[in-house]
Design a protein around this ligand. Structure first.
Ligand code: ATP
Length: 308
């Protein structure tokens, strides 16, 4: 896979404060890279360096193999971006804002504006002043602006910010369509970890300015712990049957039986048969999966322990 976005050990210091340290990213064409981290972990600073908005104290960024500098204009032709609050002219309408950006981009086809408004469900707000838009619609306008010149690369800081659940589903579908059907490469930061888990092909966790883990989406399933949760009418007796059969289990805080035994998780039918056979038919039997949020918190806690 061709690498389109790359950073080579970039660091940023603000007056002695290390905001980002040695971050090396490599994002292939058509990938959706989800960048996650706590507030102040260095996501926006990294994104700004990748876009040439601030200069790394050390290290270099490359977009499509070209070195990123504040003066390398060519890069901007291939990149659409949102960094923090999307910029717009609040006194102008949605249509006027997009018209201005079309002209700044020297795009001759005026139809592109209506096309992108349609794509982002903004047509009905075309005549509304941008300053009066809801947060979610302002975000859509930001994404519309980023997409106007059909860029090959999208770098989006919190693109789902302020969107309602249906807006999130819509933007998710749009980003997936762009990446999977049109080969657009996307780097997005987000606090919505469940969203990142759904959409990203690769996830990067940044903490205290360092990239502490990268996870391919296909690895994610294996990393997230699973457990089988069982309820019967006599959990104390049922658990002793399970333990006798070699399934390490415990009663959790809710009084339910819980096991992380891989055989039980892979074959819950066998557990069900065993319990029915011994006279403790399950009334509930579910495989529960740890979500990205709890995995993320576990990783961050471990990092905290390393520092202490
Ligand atoms: N211009 C600046 N001068 C001094 N410190 C800064 C500057 N910009 C960012 N920082 C600091 O660098 C650290 C990383 O900030 P950054 O905005 O990159 O984090 P973030 O992960 O994007 O956070 P959030 O999720 O809250 O947006 C923070 O501690 C922040 O206070």
């Amino acid at each position: 896979m061709r690498t389109v976005i790359k950073s080579n050990r970039i660091s940023k210091k603000y007056k002695g404060f290390q905001a980002v340290k040695d971050v090396s990213l490599s994002i292939g064409k058509g990938e959706i890279y989800g960048f996650i981290g706590l507030n102040g972990s260095g996501k926006t600073t990294t994104i700004r360096m990748l876009l040439g908005m601030i200069k790394p104290t050390e290290g270099t960024c490359y977009i499509k193999g070209e070195k990123v500098t504040s003066t390398n204009q060519r890069i901007w032709r291939s990149v659409g971006h949102i960094v923090e609050t999307p910029h717009c002219y609040p006194e102008l309408t949605v249509l006027e804002n997009l018209e201005i950006f079309r002209r700044i981009r020297l795009m001759s086809n005026p139809d592109i504006v209506s096309k992108v408004m349609e794509q982002l469900n903004l047509t009905r707000y075309a005549q509304k002043k941008a300053g009066n838009l809801s947060l979610g619609n302002a975000q859509r306008l930001g994404i519309a602006k980023a997409l106007l010149h059909s860029p090959e690369i999208l770098i989006l800081d919190e693109p789902m910010n302020g969107l309602d659940p249906s807006g999130i589903v819509e933007i998710r579908a749009l980003l997936q369509d762009l990446a999977f059907n049109r080969g657009v490469t996307i780097l997005m930061s987000s606090h919505l970890l469940s969203e990142v888990a759904k959409i990203a092909t690769k996830i990067g966790i940044i903490h205290n300015g360092r990239l502490i883990q990268e996870i391919e989406s296909i690895q994610l399933r294996d990393l997230l712990n699973q457990q089988l949760v069982i309820d019967t009418r006599h959990n104390k007796s049922a658990i002793s049957q399970l333990t006798t059969a070699g399934y390490a289990s415990k009663i959790n805080n809710d009084g339910l039986i819980e096991t992380t035994d891989g055989r039980a998780i892979r074959d819950p039918d066998e557990i069900s048969r065993l319990l029915v056979y011994t006279g403790f038919a399950p009334t509930k039997l579910i495989v529960k999966e740890e979500n990205l949020e709890s995995y993320f918190m576990k990783i961050i806690e471990r990092e905290g322990e390393k520092v202490q």
